[in-house]
Design a protein around this ligand. Structure first.
Ligand SMILES: O=P(O)(O)OC[C@H]1O[C@](O)(CO)[C@@H](O)[C@@H]1O
Length: 407
């Protein structure tokens, strides 16, 4: 099957993996091989596991896409997500989103994540997630919650929102790319992160006023998480704010059913983050304790839907997931990948209105995202022109962020 960037009718062209010199191509041809080397060293994998990682490396660098094994538990699902049509195609001839997503599925297969046996369920990215969770930066951020708790409510709320927003720069996959930004510089004190400063940096679209309005009336909120550790900690603090001070009745936290895109949060990561909060003392511990109670009484539920790891846009979501979002007053989507799936991973003109690009979602939806890939919408035309005048590097530096709302 030969796919082209124009598949999908009159919408903007799909971001393909192979465009020479593109960011997408660098992810597929540089970052993914680097990631395989890193995973090789993450755990004392057996010769068989290392052999499968080597084969995967060969396949993604010089081979063609291979299908999942016939006995794979999710083979039928991947067939329905387009695996058969793409089998035998060079990796760089695929849509970027599909290629990335399938790569992570194959990586887990190579280390035996799904197969019965001692390695089943062992997260290849756990060592890096854990070291980030235990870092002194994470300590400082949790201590900062003591100060934030003393702020007047409006300032406190904005500080927690911005903290969750810029927490999205703490993305371990992103850190592997030389062309990506430097996550370690992403974290100032909460409340001071609205504008890192300088050209091509900071909050380039801010519809947080509308977001707070929607939250004011919200009974139930779906919060679709992105990364674990240093992103999940401030996300949990924001969820705690919604459940306590903002009086949202219930929050459904969506996480990934298995490790994905290096640092994406799973249920195990939620539990690790809750433990870390509770061990931190002060306001962080109080927050962790409240969230633990909220999970126990059901006001905070966690879901891990298979479609959360699908290589497809949200417009293709199954009915049960759609019903979950539709039952919410608001869905908050964190991060770059969720953004790409929300508007479609396309070369939008960045001044295309966000709601037009979303095109329809079962509930009002808000995106909290630092910009780490080429898909951007909803910018003021003047801001977009200024950013584009400096080249397209701003789209992948992680130094710009957006808070955008549709519905
Ligand atoms: O963790 P986030 O914000 O979803 O970012 C992940 C992003 O990293 C990349 O893998 C590379 O930028 C993108 O493909 C993806 O959108």
């Amino acid at each position: 099957m030969a796919e082209t960037s124009l598949d999908g009718g009159d919408r903007a062209p799909v971001v393909m993996g192979g465009e020479p010199g593109s960011y997408a191509r660098s992810v597929l041809t540089e970052r993914h091989p680097a990631l395989i080397s890193r995973v090789r060293d993450a755990h004392p994998y057996t010769p068989a596991q290392r052999g499968r990682l080597d084969l995967l490396l060969e396949e993604i660098t010089s081979g063609k896409v291979q299908p999942l094994r016939p006995e794979a538990h999710d083979r039928a699902v991947w067939e329905s997500w387009g695996m058969d049509e793409r089998t035998g195609v060079p990796w760089t001839a695929l849509p970027f989103l599909w290629a990335e997503s399938y790569f992570y599925r194959r990586l887990l297969g190579a280390v035996g994540y799904f197969a019965p046996g001692p390695w089943q369920g062992v997260d290849p990215f756990e060592p890096s997630k854990t070291s980030e969770l235990r870092s002194s930066d994470a300590d400082e951020e949790m201590q900062a919650l003591d100060t934030v708790a003393l702020l007047p409510s409006e300032e406190r709320d904005r500080a927690l929102l911005l903290s969750a927003l810029w927490g999205n720069r703490a993305d371990l996959g992103f850190a592997l790319s030389e062309r990506g930004g430097a996550p370690e510089s992403a974290h100032g004190a909460p409340g001071q992160r609205g504008a890192p400063g300088g050209a091509g940096e900071g909050l380039v679209a801010d519809e947080s006023g509308r977001l707070w309005e929607l939250l004011g009336d919200a009974e139930r909120v779906c919060f679709v998480a992105d990364n674990a550790a240093r992103e999940l900690l401030p996300d949990l603090a924001l969820i705690d704010l919604l459940l306590t001070s903002r009086r949202v009745g219930s929050v459904v936290l969506h996480v990934k059913p298995h490790p994905y895109f290096v640092s994406d949060a799973t249920m195990a990561d939620v539990l690790a983050a809750l433990r870390r909060l509770r061990e931190a003392g002060g306001e962080a511990a109080a927050c962790g304790g409240r969230l633990r109670e909220a999970m126990r009484d059901g006001s905070l539920a966690v879901r891990a839907h298979p479609f959360s790891c699908a290589p497809l846009p949200y417009s293709a979501m199954p009915e049960d997931l759609e019903a979950d979002f539709a039952a919410s007053s608001l869905t908050v989507l964190k991060g770059d990948l969720n953004y790409r799936r929300l508007v479609g991973d396309r070369w939008w003109d960045p001044a295309t209105p966000f709601a037009e690009a979303v095109g329809g979602f079962p509930s009002p939806v808000a995106a909290l995202r630092t910009v780490k890939s080429d898909t951007v919408t909803g910018l003021d035309p003047v801001v977009a022109a200024e950013l584009e005048a400096g080249g397209i590097g701003w789209r992948t530096s992680g130094r710009c962020a957006v808070v955008q709302v549709a519905g």
